[in-house]
Ligand binder design. Structure first.
Ligand code: SAM
Length: 364
């Protein structure tokens, strides 16, 4: 017999609690004694970065204004950061004043300003210039790293497979190097948001030049069917969005109704990465990224995709991103020694991430 009163008042666990319990189990094993501090950081207010929109007429005034408030362009300033202490005690010896020998020249046109370590000031919302374009886009500063890792060069064609709401697309376009960009996202409503973002940040003429294509396809299906081959492919997949999952009830992956969807994420991620590999040209680069700490969604996905690619006769090699972590170890706290890729760990002194990224090069 169902006791309806009891059924109605039975305590329900919020999705955020379920997420935290799940992470306590998996991440304490994965991260060992780093987990308690990462956990505290993820439960604290996240820090943002202001990606400067150099299409705005007021970009340099806005940059100077933010610098006057104490902000630092973490990308441009890495060459002058010799005097500041690295977040890693054991890497204080590393001279980050010089880019590493194989540093593929970090694009100087991507500028992302952050408040210094320990400074918890918030950015004001960006305001439009006289032509209506917004001066900066607020995002997790660590999410610019996959774009830097992609290393887009002049004339490149780029596919952004899961692009909405468009933070990374916007960062890519700041380089002024892309000859053609295809920004795709499965979700129609999110693709509409992406379009709106681009309209708020890019001059209309630029959007009308046929340089940018926006679409709403299932990225998994693009791989085998698409005939175009791209110099660079960004595969920024849907994941458990760990920080959101422990903080926000709305649209939470750990809601019981989404258990099946959550458990099938690694499968979807492998399919999307495979599609990314298939659409890259031989010699082209693919960057896979998530905002999760999960080994299952990060390293395991990459390893499985490399294996599956081999089975269909495509050879891909993992590219070393040590130069990137060396350059930015003053700004981000990177996880020590992963089997493949790099991971920004949330840290109370630098509360960015989590962001995982791995770069692959297709050789045939
Ligand atoms: N790159 C975006 C940015 O920087 O703003 C964030 C992308 S978000 C992490 C992942 C995106 O993947 C979501 O917008 C989601 O709609 C999209 N997505 C989910 N399944 C997909 C699929 N099968 N094909 C393409 N996009 C998909």
């Amino acid at each position: 017999r169902v006791k309806s009163k009891w059924a109605q008042t039975r305590p329900k666990f919020p999705s955020t609690t379920i997420a935290l319990q799940n992470f306590d189990t998996t991440y304490s094993m994965q991260l060992g004694n780093l987990w308690p501090s990462v956990r505290v950081a993820m439960l604290s207010e996240q820090k943002y970065g202001a990606l400067i929109n150099n299409f705005s007429l007021t970009a340099s005034i806005i940059t100077s204004g933010l610098e006057a408030e104490g902000c630092i362009d973490f990308i441009g300033s890495h060459q002058h950061s010799k005097d500041s202490m690295s977040l890693h005690e054991d890497s204080a010896e590393v001279d980050v004043s010089k880019p590493a020998a194989h540093d593929p020249r970090i694009n100087p046109d991507i500028k992302c300003l952050v408040f210094p370590k320990g400074d918890l000031s918030r950015f004001k919302p960006s305001r439009p210039d006289s032509s209506g374009l917004l001066g900066y886009y607020l995002l997790d500063a660590a999410s610019v790293l996959p774009v830097l890792a992609l290393d887009v060069q002049l004339g490149h064609t780029v596919l952004d497979l899961c692009a909405a709401p468009g933070g990374k697309t916007l960062a890519l376009l700041q380089t002024h190097t892309v000859s053609y960009l295809w920004a795709n996202d499965l979700s129609g409503s999110r693709t509409a948001r992406l379009r709106k973002t681009l309209q708020s940040y890019l001059p209309r003429e630029y959007l009308e030049e046929n340089k940018i294509q926006i679409s709403s396809f299932d990225g998994c299906k693009l791989g085998p069917t698409e005939e175009k081959r791209f110099d660079r492919v960004l595969v920024d997949v849907p994941c458990t969005t760990d920080r959101h999952s422990v903080m926000v009830e709305d649209n939470n992956m750990f809601n019981r109704s989404r258990t099946k969807e959550r458990k099938s994420l690694p499968l979807l991620q492998i399919q999307l990465l495979m599609a990314g590999i298939q659409t890259a040209r031989p010699g082209g680069d693919i960057v896979y990224s998530t905002c999760s700490l999960s080994q299952l969604q990060n390293e395991c996905v990459v390893q499985q995709a490399i294996h599956q690619a081999q089975e269909v006769g495509i050879s891909v090699q993992v590219q070393d991103l040590g130069w990137l972590t060396q350059c930015f170890s003053n700004t981000f706290y990177f996880a020590p020694q992963l089997s493949v890729g790099e991971l920004v760990l949330p840290h109370l002194c630098a509360n960015f991430g989590p962001i995982y990224m791995c770069k692959l090069r297709r050789s045939n």
